[in-house]
Ligand binder design. Structure first.
Ligand code: PLP
Length: 410
């Protein structure tokens, strides 16, 4: 009798916490430690990447009150659309390029106008987007650039942390994005005046919340306890199988976000945990890089399969997962239907482009009409392969065989 395989591989290579990370004492200056680690003058901590994006948007809105449009890639995290709408701003969706997982230049130029508040180039899956294009068009119309580096903590370009090319950069410290405080977000900015404006906006609009902090602290303890192969099937595999049994890909991919975005400070104890875990982050990212390289070489041999690389020149992205573009939608869907819950680290970055989610499309207003055919094609063909240390060489070999037959099926 065959039974369902146990899922012991998370969809991304999160940094596991140790019990010692959870001690109640220690250095709580996570902002200073993170700034030093990133090699940037200062960081501003927020309670999530989404909250950080909202602080960034509100700050820019105050600097340029006549502007209200925010240009984002049509294929990105739905939380970005939530943040824009919560700030009373209008999203504009930019199509993707045919060749690279980055905004299409022609459409980006066409979307830019005197209404544009910000362009949001996005370093999806640790892959470094080409921010110079966005900067060029932003400068032409007097708009700002916010780098969404939520999935790219540790990625560098020209030797510098991503997020320092644009006016503001954001990182996420959510579960699954690398270093985590369960939820958390980071703002960086190269210009001291901008950093001052961001801090002022935080002071005016955000305070502590004991209730949220207790909840997040309990969730962080839970994460530290169960983020290991022995318990992952119970915590991740079982809900995944349930979602897939209901044919709910949005829940399976974790795209089912709550519409309410809490905003509060990041508590002291979680900052201490962050400081202790940060010590291991460089080694963790280096190991992920070294694990990824031979696997990328193997994946590139698969006929019709593309491995998504860095878009910007002179970039060193991070490898939380490997993003693959399958030859067509049918092959992608058949593969995911058969193997999403096989414990081989397969998942989807996001299920849809923003305007194809029934629950997020209403947030987009007139942007649902933006023509984004190529982004939709990307959404229908992308898969992600976990780069977790728990995807062993044996499991990866099994995944390679699975992918080989998936691309050879008629
Ligand atoms: C996760 C994510 C966000 C939001 O970050 P949270 O910390 O989860 O709120 C924003 N943009 C992208 C591309 C993301 O993947």
């Amino acid at each position: 009798m065959s039974s369902l395989p146990r899922v012991t591989v998370p969809p991304t290579a999160g940094l596991p916490l140790r019990l010692g990370d959870l001690l109640p004492w220690g250095n709580a200056n996570f902002d200073d430690a993170l700034a030093q680690w990133l090699g940037v003058p200062a960081v501003q901590l927020e309670c999530s990447g989404t909250s950080a994006l909202m602080v960034a948007l509100r700050t820019l809105k105050k600097l340029a009150p006549a502007r209200n449009e925010v240009i984002v890639p049509a294929y990105t995290c739905p939380l970005v659309a939530l943040a824009i709408s919560q700030c009373g701003l209008q999203a504009r969706l930019c199509d993707l390029s045919r060749d690279v997982l980055d905004m299409d230049e022609t459409m980006l130029r066409a979307l830019c106008s005197e209404h544009t508040l910000a362009i949001v180039p996005t370093h999806l899956g640790g892959r470094v987007a080409d921010v110079r294009v966005a900067q060029h068009f932003a400068q032409m119309v007097g708009a700002y650039v916010i780098e969404d580096a939520a999935q790219a903590l540790g990625a560098r370009v020209h030797g510098e942390a991503v997020g320092m090319q644009g006016d503001i950069g954001i990182y996420s410290l959510a579960v699954g994005k690398g270093l985590t405080t369960y939820e958390g977000g980071v703002l960086i900015a190269r210009d001291p005046e901008m950093r001052k404006s961001l801090r002022a906006m935080h002071r005016r609009t955000i305070g502590p919340s004991l209730g949220w902090e207790l909840l997040r602290s309990a969730e962080l303890v839970g994460y530290a306890a169960i983020y290991r192969p022995a318990t992952l099937d119970w915590a991740y595999g079982a809900p995944l199988r349930k979602s897939l049994a209901e044919d709910d890909w949005i829940a399976a991919a974790g795209d089912d976000f709550d519409a309410f975005i809490p905003q509060h400070t990041l508590g002291t104890w979680r900052q201490r945990v962050g400081v202790r875990a940060l010590v291991r982050l460089s080694a963790h990212l280096l190991q992920a890089h070294e694990r990824a390289q031979p696997r990328i070489a193997q994946l590139m041999q698969l006929p019709g399969v593309e491995v998504v690389g860095d878009m910007a020149p002179d970039a060193q992205g991070t490898w939380p997962a490997l993003l693959l573009r399958m030859p067509n939608r049918a092959a992608r869907d058949a593969l995911m239907r058969a193997h999403w819950a096989s414990g081989l680290g397969l998942s989807l970055p996001f299920v849809n482009i923003l305007s194809d989610y029934v629950r997020y499309a209403p947030l987009l207003g007139s942007a649902v009409l933006d023509s984004v055919m190529i982004a939709r094609d990307w959404a229908q063909r992308l898969i992600s392969v976990s780069n977790s240390e728990w995807l062993t060489d044996e499991k990866f070999a099994q995944l390679m065989r699975t992918l080989e037959s998936a691309v050879h099926e008629p």
